[in-house]
Design a protein around this ligand. Structure first.
Ligand code: AHR
Length: 503
């Protein structure tokens, strides 16, 4: 048994928590859209063909912004294909995922679905195989009220009010050789700056995201951000980060410490952005949109290049339907802790993705929908993390890892909502052998009036929820004790815990 000590002090504010931190991502990839959120023949489908059981789960998950329609998909996407009468929409070959895209679900249908789940649309434009003109056309179609050809076309297509989309991604992972239209940082930076300036002429209130690196392990990482921001600093609001983690070579210890890597990733991008700020003598602060993050078993990923016969590229194939274990959910919950700890600079994030594809929600065609293990930390953090993030004042044991050297066994963050006098503390125990007594010292706040402790754990670190056993892993109430100004909980090895306290 080890001990960790945490101090809750509402004076130590990191930053207000932007609700956009609890965003997600829906890409036209695999069964994310078709046979995922959309399945007109399913018994629970509504009049628009959307599964209502999935809508209910998405609402319970508490996602805010949703990034759409890709991902790698966007770099070959012609947005015009996805609007207008459905029967007239083209069927296209999606080069990113070697699939057939029917465009049955397009911009209007997706925005309609978002209205049902109560989310904000974050749109990506194609800067891979297209450029500023197509981006401007899409923006006019979406955001201009009326009176121009494209805004009138939107009205004819059934949406009299503009979509009013504020956040726009300027392409996707343009540093990646796999990306259609992949280019150098210099070329992309110029293109993104030109596109951003043009889009702002139409709508100055937009919030624009330039592509950062698709991973901190890319050979161009760092220099990519510096170059892109040198071109775009004055015209964009965010630089993106993408990160996926998985257990490699059976090294669970390093995998459990993945958030150490995410912390460093964020801090490196912040330092790079601030370097460009200094060089430019700018007073503007660049924020991070962490618009793809998750656990993803890329090493198990089916190579889509094997889908070769273009005459038979499948519609909505089963791709990247990772089944998440308890250990995956503990890492996932720790990544949320990392995002919250950096709430001063990470003001938007998208868990990638939402349904069926590396997702917290799984469905079977004609069958049930269920929660993966990762559903639980996301839903709880989205519900409980209100107000501001507090600086974590934490002491506890450490352990040695192959990938990151010595790391803390316990990682934590607290949030504080002044209005409701409610706090939430989220922490992980990364130890595989030791339970940990965690003491939460709240002397700086005062008398606690109610305490709830919930933990995600399982005796089998690789236990998962499946169609056959959908409720195997879930949050459980955990006992606690109170003594003076402290709350004490004993958390098991490989666990993720949420403590909510009202004062
Ligand atoms: O989320 C799956 C894929 O991962 C996205 O399409 C791409 O942007 C990233 O490489």
């Amino acid at each position: 048994m080890s001990d960790a000590h945490l101090v809750l002090d509402p004076r130590l504010i990191v930053a207000p928590i932007n609700r956009r931190l609890f965003g997600s991502f829906v890409e036209h990839l695999g069964r994310s859209v078709y046979n995922g959120i959309y399945e007109p023949t399913h018994p629970s489908a509504d009049a628009d063909g959307f599964r209502q059981d999935v809508i209910e789960l998405v609402k319970e998950l508490g996602v805010t912004t949703i990034r759409y329609p890709g991902g790698n998909f966007v770099s070959g996407f012609r947005w015009e294909d996805s609007v207008g009468p459905r029967e007239a929409r083209p069927v296209r070959l999606d080069l990113a995922w070697h699939s057939t895209e029917t465009n049955e679900v397009g911009l209007h249908e997706f925005a309609g679905w978002l209205d049902k789940v109560g989310g904000e649309l974050m749109m990506a434009v194609n800067l891979g195989t297209r450029g500023p003109l197509a981006a401007l056309d899409l923006l006019e179609y979406c955001n201009v009220h009326s009176g121009s050809t494209l805004s009138e076309q939107r009205r004819t297509n059934g949406r009299s009010e503009p979509f009013g989309i504020t956040m726009w991604c300027l392409g996707n992972e343009m540093d990646g050789p796999w990306q259609l239209g992949h280019r150098s940082a210099d070329d992309y930076g110029k293109l993104a700056a030109m596109t951003a300036a043009a889009m702002r002429q139409l709508d100055p209130g937009l919030e624009l995201v330039a592509c950062g690196s698709s991973s901190a392990s890319m050979p161009t990482f760092g220099d990519w951000e510096r170059t892109v921001l040198t071109h775009t600093y004055d015209t964009v609001d965010y630089i993106s980060c993408h990160a996926y983690y998985e257990e490699r070579d059976g090294d669970l210890g390093s995998f459990l410490a993945s958030a150490v890597n995410m912390d460093k990733f964020i801090e490196t991008v912040v330092a790079t952005a601030d370097f460009v700020k200094a060089v430019k003598k700018s007073s503007k602060t660049m924020y991070i949109s962490f618009d793809e993050w998750n656990v993803w078993y890329l090493s198990r990923f089916e190579n889509v290049d094997k889908i070769t016969d273009i005459a038979t590229w499948p519609r909505a194939p089963r791709l990247s339907e990772d089944v998440y274990s308890l250990a995956d959910a503990v890492v996932f919950g720790n990544l949320m802790i990392s995002l919250l700890k950096h709430a001063d600079r990470v003001t938007s994030a998208s868990m990638a993705q939402l349904v069926n594809v590396i997702a917290p929600i799984m469905t079977e065609p004609g069958g049930p929908a269920w929660k993966q293990t990762t559903f639980y930390p996301f839903a709880l953090v989205s519900r409980l993390a209100r107000g501001v993030t507090l600086l974590p004042v934490l002491s506890g044991p450490t352990y040695e890892t192959r990938d990151f050297g010595e790391v803390p066994e316990v990682d934590a963050v607290s949030t504080w909502d002044k209005e409701s006098r409610a706090s939430a503390t989220f922490f992980v125990n990364r130890s595989q052998t030791e339970s940990c007594t965690v003491t939460l010292d709240h002397a700086a706040v005062g008398q606690a009036t109610s305490v709830t402790v919930q933990t995600l754990t399982d005796s089998d670190f690789y236990a998962a929820n499946t169609r056959e056993e959908p409720h195997r892993v879930h949050m459980n109430a955990l006992e606690y004790s109170m003594e003076g100004d402290t709350i004490r909980v004993i958390v098991p090895p490989v666990s993720w815990t949420a403590v909510s306290v009202n004062f």
